[in-house]
Ligand binder design. Structure first.
Ligand code: PMP
Length: 395
């Protein structure tokens, strides 16, 4: 039977990681892979997570099934985290635990396809490389809206809003809740307000990918757009990830959130969501969810987690400022100041694929071919070298 298959395309980022591992130069720098790294270049287990795991190990009484929607305490705690004091009507909201942000996106795309088979999902141009395959694999169509201005490396907001204004009740708009991947360019709070107004006008369904809550300007600031939209529109979807902000990448923990027009419609829609999960993997695993529940429900663990998250965030912001100012000093121009304006783990430098290749071959600096850098991968003592290399590559 398998003779009918041809080789599927390889994953570009995994290929890049392989090339990096095989590079014998001690001066090499990995700005490619999309995980947070500390000063030592390590993706650490957070101390709050470690403590929560110790408690879980000491107190766990059973390994019996969790249920289709997963860990209930986790769901309630994540809703509190995402919605805060925004006053969003909770009776119209339902949440189901899912395997990572990716699993959440997948379940929600399946749900959209049940509600509107073959609907168009509008994604930002550019967007995270996995949005397109998840949508296509769910039977949906993918279209784009303008987002990144390659000249200013900021959001092309007027063009974006004009495109959103043309959508209809048949369409879905995928928005990055904060810390846009791959560009690092984000909406201001005023721009989120305008997006919310546009969605109310057109009736298009907002679908928010919230994979980096707390990685940009803080939990409250990063949740602004999501809260604004959920307060304004009749229906919405949110895919939450705990991979980055809790450092739980391999535990595969996330949540699919839905907002419906009424509590009754929320129940009906939720029954479809649970039916999708049941037919896919039956129930989610508990470990990552129980870690997050334990941290969020305990005042001292939560304070420790928030401090660790702030430390990661502030480290990335400081690296951004260092790189931007090193480039400014060397070039006497503000052309790279966007690096300090961007937020989250990534910035799209706007270099050509040839320049990206050159940086890899000549300088041992690795990034994805679209010229996205992972800011957390910058070794502080190499900021000057990187500034020189980026300036040479941009010429
Ligand atoms: N959305 C975006 C934009 C992302 O960058 C990521 C992680 N790379 C995810 C979703 C999903 O992450 P995970 O499945 O690991 O939680």
């Amino acid at each position: 039977m398998f003779e009918t298959l041809t080789k599927a395309p390889g994953d570009k980022i995994l290929a890049l990681m392989g090339e990096y591992a095989a590079d014998t130069r001690s001066s090499k720098v990995d700005l490619g892979v999309g995980v947070y790294k500390d000063e030592q270049g390590v993706t650490p287990v957070m101390s709050s997570v470690r403590k929560a795991e110790e408690r879980i190990l000491a107190n766990e009484k059973t390994k019996t099934y969790l249920g289709i929607a997963g860990n209930k305490g986790f769901g309630a705690a994540v809703l509190d985290l995402v919605l805060g004091n925004s006053g969003v009507n909770r009776s119209r909201i339902r949440i189901a635990q899912a395997p990572g942000g990716t699993g959440s996106l997948w379940i929600l795309m399946q749900l959209i396809n049940r509600a509107r088979p073959g609907a168009a999902v509008y994604v930002s141009d550019p967007t995270w490389a996995n949005h397109n395959p998840i949508a296509i694999n769910s039977g949906l169509k993918v279209a784009t809206y303008p987002y990144f201005d390659a000249a200013t490396r900021a959001v092309k907001f007027d063009a974006m809003l004009a495109a959103l204004d043309r959508l209809t009740t048949e369409d879905v708009v995928l928005l990055h809740g904060c810390c846009h991947n791959p560009t690092g360019a984000n909406l201001t709070h005023e721009q989120w307000d305008k997006v919310a107004q546009s969605l109310v006008r057109t009736g298009a369904l907002p679908f928010i990918d919230l994979a980096y809550l707390g990685f940009g300007d803080g939990i409250e600031a990063d949740a602004y757009g999501t809260r604004k939209i959920l307060s304004a529109v009749p229906e919405a979807l949110v895919a939450f990830s705990g991979s980055k902000n809790f450092g739980l990448y391999r535990e595969r923990i996330g949540a699919a959130i839905l907002l419906a027009r009424s509590p009754d419609e929320a129940d009906v829609t939720n029954s479809q969501l649970l039916n999708i999960i049941r037919g896919a993997y039956s129930q989610p695993p508990d470990h990552g969810a129980e870690i997050i529940r334990t941290i969020l429900e305990d005042a001292s663990l939560r304070a420790e987690w928030e401090a660790e998250l702030a430390q990661m965030r502030n480290r990335m912001i400081a690296l951004r400022e260092k790189l931007a100012s090193a480039i400014r000093e060397r070039s006497n121009s503000t052309d790279f100041d966007f690096v300090a304006e961007h937020r989250g783990m990534f910035s799209l430098l706007g270099l050509t694929p040839e320049a990206v290749e050159h940086l890899k071959a000549e300088n041992g600096v690795y990034m994805t071919s679209d010229s996205r850098i992972n800011v957390a991968g910058i070794p502080e003592e190499r900021v000057g070298d990187l500034a020189d290399a980026f300036l040479a590559a941009a010429r």
